[in-house]
Design a protein around this ligand. Structure first.
Ligand code: AVI
Length: 320
């Protein structure tokens, strides 16, 4: 589709990449410099995240998978009668396969910002489940988005796994939940994965693994920013840091300057003192009661939660 173009009246035109550059420059100029976590996911970032999910220290992916396997039939029961199963952030569509078998919806809609990758995954899913009408929607579901009109209003179940809701601040997360609730039209429900608070060493290791894959994932954001903004970040100047902020109950990822660093881009520059940081990601760890009350505030009704034995992760079904 053509880029979004709007004349800003100042003698040049804004397009989508100009908006991204402006967002990046504004983030870098804040007192606590920031790069939005969405910039972590260029092609290399996606491949590194895939590797992270298989690391021994990164417990969320395998813990959630074990919960889904163990409580498969109980989940299928509460989701019974679902006609349209919609996965947000569907990616490779691997997590939803179990639900396609046990819930047996008539239709599957995968939603993801990475449209081409999703299209291929949905095509494979359709081949493996010939009775399932599978379609892909390329959309940024973190903003206010709508399903295409051809998705029937029949009973819907939303699936949002991976504790990805934890990457948004509380206000944004509540807004997303409210929007999901509205998409259900008073029927069906939401199956969502959330990461729970746990001991500090376990949390820190999950975001600062021994092989350094998460460090590479975090540092990779700089080359992505260079390609978008035309900046001259050098990964060697920065060190990966993962810390837990108790007050907000969140892991924070930062890039910390190893020594004084000057970064230049076409319309600006920023000097960082030694050990000044750029904040690149938050990952909230919600106590279960707090998340259940967020679901209630968003309009959801009866909830059922399944956890692992260590209470590290929860998969929650919330009725519309
Ligand atoms: C995608 N998201 C749920 C991951 C998380 O755990 O917050 C992203 C991640 N960042 C570092 N490791 C994993």
């Amino acid at each position: 589709s053509p880029p979004v173009v709007a004349d800003n009246g100042a003698g040049y035109q804004d397009d989508a990449s100009c908006l991204l550059r402006r967002e990046l420059a504004q983030g870098l100029m804040q007192q606590q410099a920031q790069i939005s976590p969405k910039f972590l996911y260029d092609a290399r970032g996606c491949a590194l995240f895939e590797q992270i999910t298989q690391l021994p220290e990164y417990y969320p992916t395998r813990t959630e998978a074990a919960i889904m396997a163990r409580y498969e039939s109980a989940m299928a029961q509460v989701m019974g009668g679902c006609q349209v199963l919609i996965e947000m952030g569907a990616g490779n569509c691997e997590k939803v396969r179990r639900l396609c078998r046990s819930v047996a919806p008539q239709q599957f809609v995968g939603v993801d910002i990475a449209g081409d990758f999703l299209q291929a995954a949905v095509a494979r899913l359709g081949q493996d489940f010939p009775l399932l009408k599978a379609s892909a929607v390329a959309a940024d579901f973190t903003a206010d988005w709508q399903l295409p009109p051809e998705v029937p209003l029949a009973r819907r179940e939303l699936f949002y796994p991976g504790s990805s809701i934890g990457n948004f601040d509380r206000e944004h997360a509540l807004h997303m939940l409210q929007h999901m609730h509205a998409l259900l039209n008073g029927d069906g429900g939401l199956l969502i994965g959330i990461d729970l608070p746990k001991s500090l060493p376990v949390l820190i290791a999950a975001y600062d693994d021994a092989q350094g894959v998460t460090a590479e994932f975090n540092l990779n954001v700089l080359s992505h920013v260079n390609s978008l903004l035309g900046s001259d970040f050098r990964a060697a100047d920065w060190a990966h840091e993962a810390r837990f902020d108790v007050q907000h109950s969140r892991i924070e990822m930062h890039l910390r300057a190893r020594h004084p660093v000057m970064v230049r881009w076409p319309q600006g520059l920023r000097c960082f003192a030694q050990s000044e940081s750029i904040h690149t990601e938050n990952s909230y760890k919600y106590p279960l009661p707090e998340f259940l009350s967020m679901l209630a505030s968003a309009g959801f009704g009866r909830c059922q939660a399944w956890t692992d034995e260590q209470q590290w992760f929860a998969v929650i079904h919330a009725q519309a």
